[in-house]
Design a protein. Sequence first.
Length: 197
Amino acid sequence: MRILFVTSNQGKVSETRKLLADSGHTVEQLLVRGVAPEFDEPKELGIEAVANSKMVQALILLEQEGIEGVAVMVEDSGVFLDAFDEWPGAKSAEVERQIGLEGILSMLREGMPRGAEFRAVAKVSDGVSTWSAEGVCRGKIADSIRGSGGFGYDPIFIPNEGDGRTFGEWEEGKYSGITHRAKAMNSLAELLRSPSR
Ligand code: IMP
């Protein structure tokens, strides 16, 4: 299948292209007249609902544009802190903009659980069938901001599968196999590789 990925992030496109390379499917960014379309995201409903909503909107757009014979990929992710029930989750980007990583750290007072996880949902649909996968990366929130690599919550997130450094302290690209997104995309690649395809 020719898969069009709904994202404004070129990095995600190239990472996913590599992960799906041996599945026989090609991945490119969904562009309409050279522009990545923006869709409504019902962040209050969670990452699964955001992914589903983007999928429906993208499929409608393709139909309107008369683009046929392709599949659509959507992805949504967020960080979930054990101390605050399912928060910030789908609102991770918004919360980071509002209070910053310092704000998150100051909310985690002494004695509060510091466990956290990144979650990602990834889906592909050809308009008839939909394939869906999830990825989770468990870890904990550091006591301070450490490192300047990555993006978002990386400088305060210490993955359990790592060596005690925050993702922000990892060298670029080194951690891709253990991230929530890589796990979701690997599972999706497995589903797309299955003989029923
Ligand atoms: P999106 O799925 O790319 O829209 O990500 C939503 C938000 O979740 C990002 O803006 C970050 O705040 C946070 N986030 C998701 N994945 C990661 C990650 O791998 N590292 C750091 N922050 C992330």
